[in-house]
Write a protein that binds this ligand. Structure first.
Ligand code: ZN
Length: 70
């Protein structure tokens, strides 16, 4: 802006934190709970994404391991 560097970039939206209690069965990194497209729906993705593509449905706030990896 006006030849000066922009020293106040817009704050980035905070990244969801990987869970320290729910870990990926493939790579052992934490899973991240994310909001789904439908309101109130959630899913879990591996924090190692895109190297690791493990995903779970959400069930009662936890990865639905019964259904298994998507
Ligand atoms: Zn993983």
């Amino acid at each position: 802006d006006n030849g000066k560097p922009n020293l106040n970039p817009k704050p980035k939206t905070p990244q969801p934190q990987a869970s320290d209690t729910e870990s990926c069965p493939e790579c052992n990194k934490g899973l991240i709970r994310r909001a789904g497209k439908r309101e109130g729906s959630f899913w879990w993705g591996c924090s190692g994404f895109p190297a690791c593509k493990v995903r779970f449905f959400d069930k009662d706030g936890k990865p639905d391991r019964d259904k298994g990896v998507l």
